[in-house]
Design a protein around this ligand. Sequence first.
Ligand SMILES: [Zn+2]
Length: 141
Amino acid sequence: MHEWALADAVVSTVEEKVGKRNLSILKEVHIRLGELQNIDREIFVTGLKMMLRGKQCGLEVFKIDMEEAGFKCNYCETEWKLNGYPGIGEDEREAIHFLPESAHAYMQCPKCGSSDFTVAAGRGVLIESIELNGQEPTYND
Ligand SMILES: [Zn+2]
């Protein structure tokens, strides 16, 4: 199950960042899940819970946000979201989730009509910040 592998990777990365210290020093870990990643949030959370067993760190430390799929025109730089794009039904949405590049078959830049655009948001999984008790948050980009 890829949610579990992902949960494992997130916890290992966090451990790496805090230098294998006791995870009770964690105050907040902010995670962003891209909509196009096809991650079942519930399964991911269950996976996290399992990976945190015996690590002195509770699940409540992990804040998980979903990032909506977004696109950007390479020609006029207009940005738009998958949600709300006219003519995108369940089938199209599913196809785009499965294969983000297929968006080109269903969408054009809403401003200039160009089909030269890139998937600008909603891909990948990011540990946005790790905040430790009594310290300023550190951001990676
Ligand atoms: Zn455009």
